[in-house]
Design a protein around this ligand. Sequence first.
Ligand SMILES: *Cc1c(COP(=O)(O)O)cnc(C)c1O
Length: 351
Amino acid sequence: MSRFLDPRFAALKEYTPGEQPQDKQYIKLNTNESPYPPSDKVVQAVNAQQVRDLRLYCDPDCTKLKTAMAQRFGVGENNLFLSNGSDDILNFCFMAYGGGGAAFADITYGFYEVFAKLHGVQAEIIPLREDFSLDVEGFKGKNKLVVIANPNAPTGLCLDLTVIEDIVRSNPNGVVVVDEAYVDFGGESCYRLIDRYENLVVCQTFSKSRSLAGGRLGFAFACPALIADLEKIKYSTNPYNINRLTQVAGLAVVEDDGYYMDNCRRIEENRAFAVERLEGLGFEVLPSKANFIFCRSDRMGGKQLYLQLKEKGILVRHFDKARISDFVRITIGTREQMGALVDAVRQLLGE
Ligand SMILES: *Cc1c(COP(=O)(O)O)cnc(C)c1O
């Protein structure tokens, strides 16, 4: 760090992304990517002509992609905001709506705390209950920025739509951001509520259910006034934040929706398989509606399990954090990958 860095940032503890090792081939179950590649339509869309066109700036409004998405979800184009990954949207929301402080859970997506610090937003941390469920009453009547991941990460637990709506309704003077990065794996989206609530932002992403983590494409639903706020910030920071290749790839993904939704069903089946086998080995597995499971064994600590699986070429995620250090988070991969995981765990437990 240089002596020139503003003290505001010098004190910042940045987000630690999951490992992306470049040294050897792991069975990679640590960052909740899809095990299935983008469809052929995407491969064809990102063609030589698109590469030649890289000399030109991209369309800052993402017109074609936005039109296709508005159709796919049955919303107006003025209800949609597209961004460079949904992390960008979360960042903008803390920037735009965090002036009165922000409330979020103790165990949730780690980036919320980083964004709060980055923007000098006073954070109110509301602990999850003993069973890791959200303290719903604790989130009511905050009337500041409220951020909820649903399904939550890294627990995988999912709240019903009616509960989300109660929280949104009880915070008329604060924006409620519902981060639905994992909603396509069995949860129910609340995006239809945007017509009824002027304080609701719902974020989703192409990174998990749509096999495009490396493309960086996120989107949000909200009423036109909130969307206009987010556009204002985007046009004041980086208008070209979704690059040309990602725009064409994203359009091809939307046009091939069935392929991705079928993959989500497949991942749900693989999840059920993994849960059953791990429970058979004595694991406690939290009920997950996401493309990962959060689990622990009495017979091995979380860190040890993570390290020993890594030695066997399988990467999972461990969080060195109070309340959850016994757990590992395991991304749901293909059936074969889940089989390999279960076999490795069985060996480590000496069965
Ligand atoms: C992965 C993830 C995101 C961000 O995804 P992007 O790749 O930036 O779209 C947001 N929220 C949660 C809870 C996530 O797990």
